[in-house]
Design a protein around this ligand. Sequence first.
Ligand code: FES
Ligand code: FE
Length: 377
Amino acid sequence: MSSVETRPEQTGSSLIPTLPGAHYTDPAIFELEQSRIFQAHWFAVARGSDLPTAGNFRKVDVGGESVLLVRGRDGALRAFLNVCRHRGAQLCVEDSGSVRRNLQCPYHAWTYGLDGSLVAAPNLNSMADVDRKEYGLIPVALREWLGTAWVCLADEPPSFEETVQGAVTARLGDPAAIDGWGIDTLVVGRRIVYDVKANWKLIVENFMECYHCATIHPELTEVLPEFADGYAAQYYVGHGAEFGDEVAGFTVDGRAGFDTLSGVGENHDRRYYAITVNPQVFINLVPDHVIFHRMYPMAVDRTIVECDWLYPQEVVDSGADLAHSVELFHRVNQQDFDACERCQPAMSSKAYAKGGVLVPSEHHIGEFRDWAAAAIS
Ligand code: FES
Ligand code: FE
């Protein structure tokens, strides 16, 4: 039997198929995903605290569109398409920065307020010649939740409550449970940006399963022994993986971490929760910190992952050494992304033309597979 003939339907009823390899390699499929997934859903673009003061801006790629986040003079965070309304120059080319009063296009100097309105255009007899509202920057829908700014490029964004907050509730089983971690009050203790040479779906699928934990995550399975059996915490609604008996904290060697977050009750203490919010956010909750991943798909075979380790302000201000706390999931990330990069070249192999299979402990990935495939069909 040749490898391409090894199809799921021939391998037994407990195995179900993955997406075909082309879904991880075909630029045309990636283009469809850009418009129908990343532009169509709420997309986490930054931590609100990345833009603390008026005039701070950040440029992010969302579904192939350049989006500008700007902190206004009124303290509000806004998002706009990063395109000058005159002749279409990219308004900001730097990834982030700060302006004093306005955003000025470097081409012919049309000038926009921090609220996106057009405030000046040189060599016009009068600004009355130009409808300032009509030629203001094009706004993009923005919501802030969990200290995170989420934008949506759809003309009619889906319900944030259902698609984002609902995904968290579906995982934890209780709409109020997430409040215990007080994520909006936490601050970034460490940020690591990973440039992963793999399709974004490989990263999501990897994050959703723990079949690989015993093989590639020795430190994590030491802290969370139940992961050694291959069942991910997010397989069960409301279940948090319990720390091992000898483990004092969620650290690289199981030593004690920091004080349990004040809102985390006994039922969540000494437990680890993992949440996926489609299409590009992963959240890990542990008693003393939160790990928040935002994925930025850059190409069919390249994804930037920005990962924040979030702690209470007083922990960061104390100058405490975060290394043992950060190192555990940094290693997990490296191990996971290495695995994804190992798979990516094989996605274009004949052996994977019809895809692979999911074993029972990975069956929940099938829902993500169906969701991703339906979005572009
Ligand atoms: Fe921006 Fe002309 S393109 S001012
Ligand atoms: Fe993993």
